[in-house]
Write a protein of this length. Sequence first.
Length: 167
Amino acid sequence: MYPKIIIHLYKQLLYIQVSIEKDIKSTVNLQENEKTVINVMYTFNWMKEHSIAMYKDYDLSSEQYNVLRILRGQKGNPANLITIQERMLNKMSNTTRLVDKLIIKGLVTRITCKSNRRKIEICITKKGLQLLSKLDPIVNANNSLLTQNLELKELEALNSLLDKLRT
């Protein structure tokens, strides 16, 4: 068999063929920090585009799916709009509008607290939980597909670097 170093070099050659410069057809040499920011943004959009279809099949946006997951994570306890907003992946989402759309679809309920009418509590419905149960294997398969070219150690390193980037 081949020595590990040759296999490693071969894998590196395969990765060289794909680069952000080629993907965006850049005609200039990018500085490494500029290249990193563009690459993260481009990759985010690439991943989002590959995920939109699975939500669309269930008449959901990725933001609505995010709200449902947040509410499921409450384990039967209600959440208020502030809690949902704080946990959203996209902090610019209009949480009130998202919840309103999910109410119309019967996936969540909104209850006004009797002792404090300003307090609104939002809960996921059985229908919402059932929808998430259907989506879980689809989302997991999509996540595996999107990350299939990375080994576990690479995924761990990438997560660590992205966490470090945000600090």
